[in-house]
Design a protein around this ligand. Sequence first.
Ligand code: C2E
Ligand code: MG
Ligand code: MG
Length: 489
Amino acid sequence: MDQSSAIQIPRRNKAIVRSFPYREANLALASRDQRVPTPLIAGEFHDSLTGLPGLGYLPGVLRGLIGQARSSHQTLALVAFKIDDFRLVCEAYGRAEGNKLIKSVASILRAQTDPEAIIVRAGTNKFIVVLTGLAGAPDAIKPVQQILDAIAQPRDVAGQELRITASAGISSSPNDGDDYETLLRNCLAAMHESMSKGPGAMRTHTGNVALDAVRRLRLRADLGRAIENKGISLHYQPQFEVHGGRICGVEALARWFPEKGRAIEPRVFIPLAEQTGMIGALGAWVLQEACRTAARWHVAEESPPTLCVNVSTHQINDEMCAIIRRAIEEARLAPERLELEITEGSLQGNLEGVIDCLKQWKALGVRIALDDFGTGFSSLSHLSRLPVDRLKLDRSLIQGLAADTRNAAIVRSIIALGKELDISVIAEGVENKEQLQMLRDFGCTQVQGYLLARPAPAEDVESLLSSQWAIRKTRFEAVRAASQLRIAS
Ligand code: C2E
Ligand code: MG
Ligand code: MG
């Protein structure tokens, strides 16, 4: 692909940092602009060589960021970097060259990360970077690799051209822990593991999913049983037309309420099902159950809402077409009432294979939506080739709408682009009236979010649909009666 012709949609991940008040209060402390005098507390809170905060800055700031990430269902990653062979450089060329190296790595970290990203010096040749606003743990890998590549570029050390590398370890929340101590321990453990594999390596913490190995194995077994025994249920979240407020669609969302303990979020159990190969069985059940439920929503005189079902990347394969056909035939659901949501991430890799599969699904008469749109790096040039009917603007773009003019520009452009390409656009995660008003002004015609309705069991959504239809029917009857009166007179 010609990279120069590809328009990239940048990931926006600042909102979470912006909205965190602790950061505002500590802006001076965390300031990365060395021209600004930094009134820092001496010692572990400030490193005079690099101008970065020290490790003591992290616990307080991280507590708030972890909470923010949890409430916005986003992932936060803690990345530990250690300069390889630092002692060797100091022994060979002296401490001054060592210091130059540290300053240079600190500048690379600054240059390679978002201007608001948190970077601390955590030891002689060790740094910690906090990445926020990630859609999932794998999203940390690309930026970390870019940093490692930048550090490994040839550099001048005492007149010699040398290649100095760094090793990195990543832990992410919620997967590898949801408190500062656990995340720090896990990212350092991952860093030491990568150091043991040789210079310039990167490792993610292996005890994924906020659990140690034992709990993880148990969860895996529990999930298998829950799938077999129908321990997974579905909630449904309505989608609305901006003008008139009609419910135009309903998204099916998997829920796992184990017999004991707290509900487990889809962001935890869906990746687990994917890793263990259980997603095929789970996905097929979700599709069948959702189709059966939606088939009941047909009421005379009203066009029933579209049923939206999430499809994992692992389900984009040759068998899926037969699974979809069986689900709609068994439920007697009109195929055009079913919309399958794939994420932008599914397009990475074998794009041609994905397009082939989507075309087969489209041939059945179902619709396709591109979920979480605007979070990945999908090239807009792909859009014209993809058989998609709808783009779902990701929640992270909607969150930053009012505060970030660049976010607003991206959202407006995607809505305009959808119109040009005749692809409808729905905004996800609309939480307040300001966002709704801005979306309306931008010409967005459909919305979904807590402001309007949260995901709920099928019965609740059914009664919402019935009451909406009853109101519309009464209005319709009133209008018809009025027009008949006019005709008669
Ligand atoms: P998604 O497909 O993007 O679904 C939207 C998610 O955003 C849902 O989270 C929904 O509850 C949440 N949401 C909707 N409106 C708002 C809002 O205004 N504010 C906030 N903060 N959140 C909002 P949920 O149910 O936790 O699902 C998370 C993700 O898990 C889904 O994201 C989807 O990617 C995946 N998922 C859920 N069910 C299934 C499934 O049956 N199959 C597959 N493959 N993935 C699923
Ligand atoms: Mg979805
Ligand atoms: Mg989404």
